[in-house]
Design a protein around this ligand. Structure first.
Ligand SMILES: C=C(O[C@@H]1C=C(C(=O)O)C=C[C@H]1O)C(=O)O
Length: 412
């Protein structure tokens, strides 16, 4: 662990400082929080660029030469492996403790400090891409492809554009996301300003991902793929029933198994041993149940970096499909928007190649008075278009609840 991680700063302190930073990067987990400021060197290569790893090593070595003991690189990597990433070596790095657990009453206080009045979304223009009907046709088209090609899984997503009457309070948003998704990973990443576009403002990628793509500390690695989902219920009995139905679902087990096979074969060449449970377990977020497999391993070569492992894994069938090349083609043909950073990865790596990267889901791009949310669902043989649509609507709720637009969740 980096020395400053023993600091007494809490995640709450770091969130409070978010706005005061230049090009802030915030990341909080069940174990620590991280806030960085400034940018001393950027890396905007694509994940499939051969020069990527040597370039990253170079910028970290330069930062070390300037006096940083263990510099880190932070940022976001897009879904498309040939699109530019947005990584940078920050000027200052603040490690802190995770957010403290709040009692129900205090959590209520956080709830009341909504960014936007939740009672009424009149006045907010909402645009769905694609329209629900078109999304379901896309799922239908994927089901047809399964019959006529090698494709056996594809993740199809939707975007929700919301124009806001007032700017979001990022600190409140982060606080709420982190408190309501304590087992997950809450992040906020400053994105590059699009200088080509008129009236373009600073953009921030914000979300609370439940899915660990890869963690590496020394020779130890861990990944936690999720695939197979069910909406939670406010009724305890019903909630338990849905969880058990998910665990018993042949369709969801198949959808999950495709991911685990692929993660296993991507990581095996790097590992002395890799422990893969032979059955998924259940995890839950505030809004969903997921099938989850917690995989850990030991690297043959401790010098293998977390980003090399992330690059070997990405995109897993949890966010793309199987086989990946067929799934990528299907996504390009069916999804009517560019995913950008959605279903890519967010995280950090230090100069020893240690670090943590999570799958960029349950997220939105925030730009002044605009909010673009994303959500996808894995389609396999046996999927029902209406159910996949509802699954994406439930996934939007992580962000919608956090910004106080609970009523939008009902229409999306
Ligand atoms: C694509 C998303 O989630 C992914 C798809 C899942 C599924 O299809 O069951 C579950 C978790 C994630 O791997 C999303 O949240 O937008």
């Amino acid at each position: 662990m980096n020395e400053s991680k023993r600091s007494t700063t809490t995640g709450v302190d770091l969130i409070a400082q978010f706005y005061q930073q230049q090009t802030p990067f915030f990341f909080t987990t069940a174990n620590y929080s991280l806030l960085t400021s400034g940018n001393q060197a950027s890396v905007n290569l694509a994940l499939n660029d051969r020069a990527l790893f040597s370039t990253i090593q170079g910028v970290l070595a330069e930062a070390q030469a300037k006096g940083s003991e263990n510099p880190i690189i932070v940022g976001a990597i897009p879904f498309a492996v040939d699109a530019p990433m947005h990584l940078w070596v920050p000027e200052t790095v603040n490690w802190g403790k995770p957010l403290p657990e709040v009692s129900k009453n205090t959590a209520g206080d956080v709830n009341q400090s909504n960014n936007i009045t939740s009672s009424n979304s009149n006045g907010y223009a909402i645009q769905q891409t694609p329209l629900p009907e078109t999304y379901m046709q896309g799922v239908e088209s994927a089901l047809q492809r399964f019959k006529h090609s090698e494709l056996s899984k594809v993740v199809l997503s939707r975007a929700l554009d919301i124009s806001l009457p007032q700017q979001l309070d990022m600190s409140q948003l982060l606080h709420k996301l982190a408190q309501h998704n304590r087992a997950g990973y809450t992040f906020a990443v400053s994105l590059p300003v699009d200088t080509q576009q008129q009236n373009s403002h600073c953009k921030t990628l914000v979300g609370a991902s439940p899915e660990l793509l890869i963690n590496k500390q020394g020779t130890a690695i861990r990944t936690n793929p999720l695939a197979g989902s069910a909406a939670r219920s406010a009724d305890h009995h019903e909630d338990q029933q849905r969880a058990h139905a998910l665990l018993d679902s042949t369709k969801d087990q198949h959808e999950h198994a495709l991911v685990i096979e692929s993660v296993n074969s991507a990581l095996k060449p790097f590992c002395k041993n890799l422990s893969v449970p032979n059955q998924p377990s259940l995890i839950h977020t505030e809004t969903l149940w997921h099938l989850s497999t917690d995989i850990s391993g030991e690297l043959v070569n401790p010098a293998t970096t977390v980003l090399e492992l992330a690059s070997a894994l990405h995109p897993t069938p949890a966010v793309c499909g199987f086989p990946a090349s067929h799934a990528r083609d299907a996504i390009a043909e069916i999804e009517p928007f560019d995913r950008g950073f959605f279903t890519g990865m967010v995280g950090w790596m230090d100069s020893q190649g240690n670090g943590e990267w999570v799958v960029t889901i349950r997220c939105a791009e925030v730009e002044a008075l605009r909010l673009r949310l994303f959500a996808g669902a894995g389609v396999v043989s046996g999927s029902i278009p209406q159910h996949e649509l509802m699954e994406t609507a439930t996934k939007f709720k992580t962000m919608l609840n956090a910004v106080g637009l609970t009523d939008v969740a009902e229409v999306a």
